[in-house]
Each structure stands twice: as structure tokens, then as C-alpha cells.
Write a protein that binds this ligand. Structure first.
Ligand SMILES: NC(=O)c1ccc[n+]([C@@H]2O[C@H](COP(=O)([O-])OP(=O)(O)OC[C@H]3O[C@@H](n4cnc5c(N)ncnc54)[C@H](O)[C@@H]3O)[C@@H](O)[C@H]2O)c1
Ligand SMILES: [Zn+2]
Length: 373
């Protein structure tokens, strides 16, 4: 971006041939949304549809609109209710209606202004509206450093999470770290779970850094956040650039998600936040790994990390083990009669396993239920 230094933006690049795109991370970037859109050759002749939620819209929609208007864009917007329930076919339909009513056509662009819920929803709208239109990610949560990169977009079905979706890469990701100052503490912790995950699957040094800087991250120190988000995005970018459509390597990003997604589905979406569910899932995976021969300190250190970030490490009361196992069968990671697990072999290293015995999974779930945090 021009005047990058003045804006103190970090630029990363997702390398995907003709679908390559930049990620800009920096304080105050929201006001540059129009310039960045111009630079990315976003067409100005058709309306831009901004999709946001009530918490984010109240704070940041006007600024996003002003930035786009100043650069010559016409905009329409839809503000959806906050939370996981908005990742539904019903809300998807509301978005399509808003697009049609605003006169959005095939040259229109959808802007996702919000966290992972808005990003996944708006991305799926962009992937399917008139068979696909351009899409911009403006993430406003810590968790969205993960969800805004990589092009996975989806809504949920009551039986399974993210089961109706597509791969649709954004034109760019514009990450204004100043917006994170208004993020509630519970969402801060939930987002940091995915940040730590990026260390656990790829980069032991980054795990050390997260441990050493947990206090700053939890206190939303902007410099620490910008560094951690850039490192997390860099891991995601490296993985996605090698395997865009999850034919192999990309599956490692699912550490903690086999158990985590099942917990989210069983809880009723929104009860457990995504990062909370995968924190429990990461502890479960580390214990599975240990029983299957991984280095002995991995489970203890994973659990200690989750505790350090104020994340849950056990399954809350009232969850049925059979319901959790059932939910795993509906997951996308269930293939050819087997559940796929990402298991840590050491801090910073994981492997994909299809041979985890269901009895062992059942035991670990029982174990995770038996504990209180
Ligand atoms: N597509 C992917 O690759 C991918 C990866 C990881 C997670 N996800 C998805 O991401 C979703 C979770 O994302 P999330 O944790 O960002 O949830 P979210 O979008 O629901 O945001 C969390 C809460 O914070 C509020 N909020 C957002 N930004 C704010 C701000 N700056 N100030 C104040 N409040 C703000 C929201 O309104 C919401 O209440 C899940 O649905 C998960 O499946 C997708
Ligand atoms: Zn996730």
C-alpha cells in the first residue's frame, strides 16, 4: 500500500498464482479501505456490499463506508446479529436479498467487516452470489487472523459445522489492529487459542514467544498483538500456499478441531466459543498423541499453555460422550469410515493420523469430562 511506512503496516503475501493476495496488518488501516480497494482494482461501477454484525457495525461501519465513499465507491450494508447463529442458511439468504435489493451485480464486491462469523458468512455469500463475486476481508477479531486467510468460507447446518461452504479467496485482507481494543476479553482469549495453535503445528520458537508474552497479548498490547498476528498469518499463509484445497498438508491447521468442532455442534452453536472448543480439542489431541507414543511433555505443556491463556482445558458438564462421538462422524474430517486426527509429535510438530482407535477417543473424552478447570 502507498504510504505503508506512515501507516506502519506489515505486508504478507498469500502465494496462489493468479489468486495471490496481500494481507496488510497495522494500526488505523480501516481508514485506508478505499485506497486499498483502488489499488486492488476493485471495480467502482457496481455497489460494494458490506456485511457486518451489530457489535462491529456500531463501532466501525461508518468509517468503512466513509473510506470507500472517499475513494469513489457506492456502498450498501447489512448488519446481522452477532454470534455463531448468523452462520446459517437463513442469514445467508438475508445477505443475498440485501445484495439484490442494493442492485449488486457480478462486478460487485462483498466486504466482510467483522470476526470469523462475518468473514465465513460474507465469504460464502461472495462465493455464491451470481456464481461468485469479489470479496475483501476486514477482520476485527484476533481469531480472524486465522479465518480471514486461506479462502475457506461456510455456513453451518444444525447437524454439522461449516458443512455448506466453498473455497473462495479474498482480493486482500486489511487488518486494523486498533479495532481489537474494543474486543471483549472472552473473545481475546478465544482468538489467542488459534494463534497458539499456529505455533503448536509449525513453529516451536513462536510457542516460546507466546508463552513469554501471554500477559501482553491478554492485555491487548498492540505491538505484541501485531507481531503475534503476523506470525500466525505467516504460518497460515505458508501452509495454504502449499495446499490451497486441503489435499494434504493443510489438514494440520485442524489441530484440536476434530474434538473442537464436535463440541461446538453438541453445545449448540455459540455456547462454547470456537477458540474455547479447540483449546479443549488441542488438550485432547495432545493426550491422544501421548497415548499413541508422542513425547511425554507435549500434553502437559499444551494444557499449561491453554491455562496460561485463560482457556478451558476440560469439557463442561452436561455433554454426552456418545453425542460428541456422533458429531465427529458428521464432520468433514470423517472420511471413508475413519476420523482424521491431527496429533502433536512434539511442540511445533504434528502428524495426520487416521488410525486413532475410537475406544481411545472415547476414553480421552471421558477423561476430559471428568475434570474441572
Ligand atoms: N474460515 C476459516 O478458515 C476459519 C478459521 C477459524 C475459525 N473460523 C470460524 O470463525 C468463527 C469464529 O470467529 P470469531 O471468534 O472472530 O467470532 P465472531 O465473528 O463471532 O466475533 C466474536 C464476537 O466479537 C464481536 N466483535 C468482533 N469484532 C469486534 C471488535 N473489534 N470490537 C468489539 N466486538 C467485536 C462480535 O460481534 C462477536 O460478538 C467460527 O465460526 C469459526 O468456525 C473460520
Ligand atoms: Zn479454527
Amino acid at each position: 500500500m502507498e504510504n505503508k511506512e506512515a501507516m506502519q503496516a506489515v505486508e504478507l503475501r498469500v502465494d496462489l498464482g493468479e489468486r495471490s493476495y496481500p494481507i496488510w496488518i497495522g494500526s488505523g488501516l480501516l481508514d485506508r479501505l478505499g485506497d486499498a480497494s483502488r489499488q486492488a482494482a476493485i471495480p467502482a461501477g457496481s455497489p460494494v456490499l458490506i456485511i457486518t454484525d451489530e457489535h462491529v457495525g456500531r463501532r466501525y461501519l461508518k468509517r468503512a463506508e466513509q473510506a470507500l465513499h472517499a475513494a469513489g465507491y457506492r456502498t450498501a450494508s447489512l448488519t446481522v446479529p452477532p454470534g455463531e447463529h448468523s452462520k446459517s442458511l437463513a442469514v445467508f439468504e438475508d445477505c443475498v436479498r440485501a445484495g439484490l435489493e442494493a442492485g449488486c451485480d457480478r462486478m460487485s464486491t462483498v466486504v466482510a467487516l467483522g470476526g470469523g462469523v462475518v468473514g465465513d458468512l460474507a465469504g460464502f455469500v461472495a462465493a455464491s452470489y451470481m456464481r461468485g463475486v469479489r470479496f475483501i476481508q476486514v477482520p476485527t477479531t484476533i481469531l480472524a487472523h486465522d479465518s480471514s486467510v486461506g479462502g475457506k468460507v461456510a455456513v453451518n447446518h444444525p447437524l454439522a459445522k461449516n458443512i455448506i461452504g466453498a473455497f473462495h479467496q479474498p482480493e486482500f485482507v486489511l487488518y486494523d489492529t486498533a479495532t481489537l481494543q474494543s474486543l471483549p476479553d472472552r473473545d481475546v482469549r478465544s482468538g489467542l487459542a488459534e494463534m497458539v495453535k499456529h505455533g503448536l503445528i509449525w513453529d516451536a520458537g513462536f510457542v516460546d514467544w507466546c508463552e513469554a508474552n501471554a500477559g501482553k497479548l491478554l492485555a491487548k498490547d498492540e505491538e505484541a498483538l501485531a507481531y503475534g498476528l503476523a506470525q500466525g498469518c505467516a504460518v497460515k499463509t505458508a501452509v495454504v500456499s502449499q495446499d490451497e484445497r486441503e489435499n494434504g498438508l493443510r489438514a494440520i491447521l485442524n489441530l484440536g478441531h476434530t474434538i473442537g468442532h464436535a463440541l461446538e455442534a453438541v453445545a449448540g452453536y455459540g455456547e462454547l466459543l470456537h477458540g474455547e472448543a479447540i483449546a479443549i480439542g488441542m488438550v485432547g489431541s495432545a493426550r491422544l498423541a501421548e497415548r499413541m507414543g508422542a513425547a511425554a511433555d507435549v500434553a502437559a505443556r499444551t494444557e499449561a499453555l491453554m491455562r496460561q491463556f485463560g482457556l478451558p482445558v476440560s469439557i463442561p458438564a452436561g455433554y454426552s460422550t456418545e453425542a460428541i462421538l456422533d458429531a465427529m462422524m458428521h464432520d468433514k474430517k470423517f472420511k471413508e469410515g475413519r476420523t482424521v486426527f491431527v496429533l502433536p509429535t512434539a511442540i511445533g510438530k504434528v502428524e495426520i493420523r487416521r488410525d486413532v482407535p475410537v475406544e481411545l477417543v472415547r476414553n480421552i473424552i471421558e477423561e476430559l469430562k471428568g475434570e474441572t478447570t
